[in-house]
Design a protein. Structure first.
Length: 351
């Protein structure tokens, strides 16, 4: 197979398959624009699905409460009519301009994608959890040591030690308290960066004897074959002591890195991509940025803001992908054409 035959041609390449990248597929699809998505993670959903799959989100319009995974699942259902193609577990390593003005994206797996427009929806870049500096940590990762809760049920009847003092640590301590056999929280000081109400609830559980609180630093791990038996804690004063547990959840925050994005030759401001607020196009024509990766005056890092940005971006991309067609603005509630694309030609009867 020649190099030309290995190239995949599409209308738009989206780098990032988080909620904003997924909703961009919907807005583009309404305009007959095909999309391929590249994401370093092995599943769609971005940070929501990777780190907070069961953590509730309260500020998505019309969804009073949805977990990160539920939001991802709903978005995947919404974009299904447009058959997006995902290239998961791959990093976009290089972008370059083709002689015809289109863009080429090459991944670290050798996937080559050509498209008239490139949309970067990579959040703040790639992210990795900050890990405690403990000898032998790797042997327990994925079996006894975790940096996110993917399934609450996997912690049922377990003895869980949670390390950290921010919202994630406190929130998960409260959430897992009725599920786990025993919950203990360890933080280096008796002050917390979490919401005061959550801290108050945590302290109430400790006072009632339903949760343990330890002040100190993680000092060591003990166990065999990847299964923890206890964690050593070093207090500010006195000798280290052991806390029995078979699960350790470490919430020390994330390290955000632009990764290859930093080498794309795009204009950056504080590691973000400046865009105009009409098209959400970068200073490089044909390259757009939406979601947390973009910046402009008044920018709010909210998922709902990213949805708005995706809608305006799609209108601009239409002119690149279909230069000979007239853009006709339509509403999904009244356009039979759009309803046909969505597979809902006849609106449901109302009682």
């Amino acid at each position: 197979m020649t190099e030309d035959e290995r190239r995949i041609k599409t209308d738009v390449v989206i780098i990032g398959a988080g909620p904003v990248g997924l909703f961009a597929v919907f807005e583009l699809g309404l305009l007959d624009i095909r999309a391929h998505l590249v994401d370093i993670l092995d599943r769609p959903g971005g940070q929501c699905a990777e780190l907070y799959p069961e953590k509730p989100i309260y500020d998505i319009p019309a969804l009073p409460i949805a977990t990160g995974q539920e939001l991802t699942d709903r978005l995947m259902t919404q974009i299904a009519p447009f058959n997006p193609v995902f290239h998961l577990g791959q990093s976009a390593e290089k972008i370059e301009k083709n002689p015809d003005g289109s863009w080429r994206v090459t991944t670290d797996h050798g996937t080559v994608l050509d498209a008239p427009a490139l949309v970067i929806a990579a959040g703040g870049g790639s992210f990795t959890p900050k890990k405690p500096a403990l000898a032998g940590l790797e042997a327990y990762e994925g079996t006894s040591v975790f940096y996110a809760v993917r399934q609450i049920e996997s912690f049922r009847n377990k003895t869980v030690l949670i390390a950290g003092g921010g919202d994630s640590a406190i929130d998960w301590a409260l959430t897992l308290a009725p599920v786990a056999r025993r919950i203990a929280l360890v933080h280096r000081r008796d002050e917390f960066r979490a919401a005061p109400d959550s801290v108050g609830k945590m302290r109430a559980l400790v006072a009632e004897g339903k949760m343990d609180l330890h002040i100190g630093d993680l000092a060591g791990l003990s166990g065999a074959d990847g299964v923890l038996s206890c964690v050593s804690i070093r207090p500010r004063e006195g000798d280290a002591f052991d806390v029995k547990c078979d699960r350790l959840l470490a919430f020390y925050g994330l390290t955000m890195k632009l990764g290859p994005l930093a080498d794309f030759g795009l204009e950056l401001k504080d590691n973000l991509i400046p865009v105009d607020t009409e098209k959400f196009e970068s200073s490089t024509p044909g390259v757009f940025a939406i979601g947390d990766i973009c910046t402009y005056p008044g920018k709010l890092k909210l998922i709902l803001s990213g949805f708005h940005e995706a809608a305006l971006m799609a209108q601009a991309v239409f002119r690149l992908v279909h230069p000979d067609k007239k853009l006709r603005f339509q509403y999904t509630t009244s356009s039979s054409d759009l309803q046909k694309k969505l597979g809902v030609e006849k609106p449901p009867d109302r009682v």
